[in-house]
Design a protein around this ligand. Structure first.
Ligand SMILES: [Zn+2]
Ligand SMILES: [Zn+2]
Length: 412
């Protein structure tokens, strides 16, 4: 059994489908429409109509902005599931969580993940909360790119960054953001005034990395809690998001830890790293077995350990990530996990989509246009106050070539 990962996956998919069908009758086309219908309309590609999902019958692929999220439903999209040394198929870590009440949350924004977020053409005016598990580049490397990219594409209010403290102030989230703003001073100065003024702001919510299942965020019926993780230095955490009787757990990089075992319990969907086992890691990166064993089993969680954690936590769906799932890597991870865990499982790939209700969990892939335009912006964005755009100084302006005259500016 353990040597047949594909059969395992298809068994899981069948099981999930069966669950969907089992409860389809009870749903009986119950009204799944919600406030998010209006939100989806803004970014709907021409010629498409967003539809409610009836009787849990999801299309085989998820086409962004074509489905109305049910009022009681949560949609989790893996934007990045890979490593710091990326491939096109697996960029660094990020998850988007969308709720039936219209709220949206980002967990991590690792390098490379922003392109996948843009490919979903989200309404960036609603995407203003980022929860960072820790400050490794494969978890926060695209935060500034997101801050500026979303400010260009519809966000006209401050962005909120929730992240852990470190063992010293300079290793914490507040210092990270302040120094990013200093580093990007030129970029931020060029856009300030031309783009909505409030969109320039980053509000940092730094919390104690040692806190155990304490509230980080609570609003609109949504509670996000954090607890410590064990990874390199102090200052990695995991999060639990609870809303409307559903619970999603986002595991930060970690050695298997007692807090996750305790606080991830009751999760509908629990994600946790499932790193490459030592031999596969050594082969993949060209490392010595000693170095690979140290990284895989002391800094991270190798597949058998992931399976042990999930066999205790027992989520409705366990999600393993933080690897590049080439066929041989996929087999190595699946072999390891299945030695210690036989429950519902999905190894996350970039743009895997999980729809969760109390009755069904549906796993599939998103189908995106690689040349998708940025999303349309709202009227609120267009009307948001802007101070004056900046100009280059006199010396640089005097260098404009007289041989070219730009077209006249339109009235609007
Ligand atoms: Zn890390
Ligand atoms: Zn990582």
């Amino acid at each position: 059994m353990k040597n047949k990962p594909l059969q395992e996956m298809s068994l899981l998919m069948r099981r999930l489908t069966n669950i969907s069908l089992l409860f389809a009758l009870t749903l009986m086309g119950s009204a799944l429409q919600t406030a998010s219908a209006a939100d989806a309309k803004d970014n709907l590609p021409l010629g498409r109509t967003a539809v409610a999902i009836v009787d849990g019958q999801y299309p085989a692929s998820y086409f962004p902005n074509t489905e109305i999220l049910g009022a009681d439903e949560m949609r989790i999209t893996a934007l990045g599931t890979g490593m710091p040394n990326q491939t096109k198929a697996a960029v660094s870590i990020s998850y988007l969580v969308e709720l039936g009440n219209g709220d949206k949350f980002l967990f991590d924004l690792g390098s490379g993940s922003l392109g996948n977020l843009f490919s979903l053409r989200p309404d960036f005016s609603k995407l203003d909360k980022v929860f960072a598990s820790h400050l490794h580049v494969d978890h926060v490397g695209d935060f500034m790119a997101m801050h500026i990219g979303s400010w260009l594409s519809g966000r006209f209010t401050p962005i909120h960054f929730y992240g852990p403290s470190g063992s010293t102030p300079e290793l914490g989230s507040k210092s990270f953001i302040e120094n990013m703003q200093k580093g990007y001073a030129w970029d931020l100065a060029t856009r300030s005034g031309a783009l909505p003024d409030l969109g320039a702001e980053i509000i940092v919510h730094e919390f104690d990395y040692k806190q155990e299942n304490k509230v980080v965020y609570q609003e609109n019926g949504v509670t996000v809690r954090s607890w410590p993780a064990i990874h390199s230095l102090d200052g990695s955490v995991s999060y639990g998001l609870e809303w409307n009787g559903l619970k999603y757990v986002f595991g930060g990089d970690t050695y298997p830890n007692k807090w996750y075992i305790e606080y991830a319990k009751g999760a509908d969907v629990a994600s946790h790293e499932a790193f490459l086992p030592p031999e596969a890691l050594a082969r993949y990166f060209g490392w010595s077995l000693k170095q690979a064993t140290y990284v895989s089993t002391r800094i991270h969680t190798e597949p058998q350990a992931f399976g042990k954690v999930m066999s205790v936590v027992k989520p409705r769906l366990a999600v393993g990530y933080h690897s590049v799932l080439s066929p041989e890597n996929n087999a190595a991870i699946m072999d390891g996990v299945r030695k210690t865990y036989d429950g519902p499982l999905a190894l996350a790939r970039d743009l895997m989509v999980i729809n969760v209700t109390k009755k069904t969990i549906n796993v599939r892939m998103a189908n995106v246009d690689e040349y998708a335009l940025p999303p349309n912006v709202t009227d609120g964005y267009k009307k948001a106050p802007r101070s004056d755009a900046k100009q280059p100084g006199d010396f640089i302006s005097s260098g404009k070539w007289k041989g070219y005259t730009p077209p006249p500016m339109p009235k609007k």
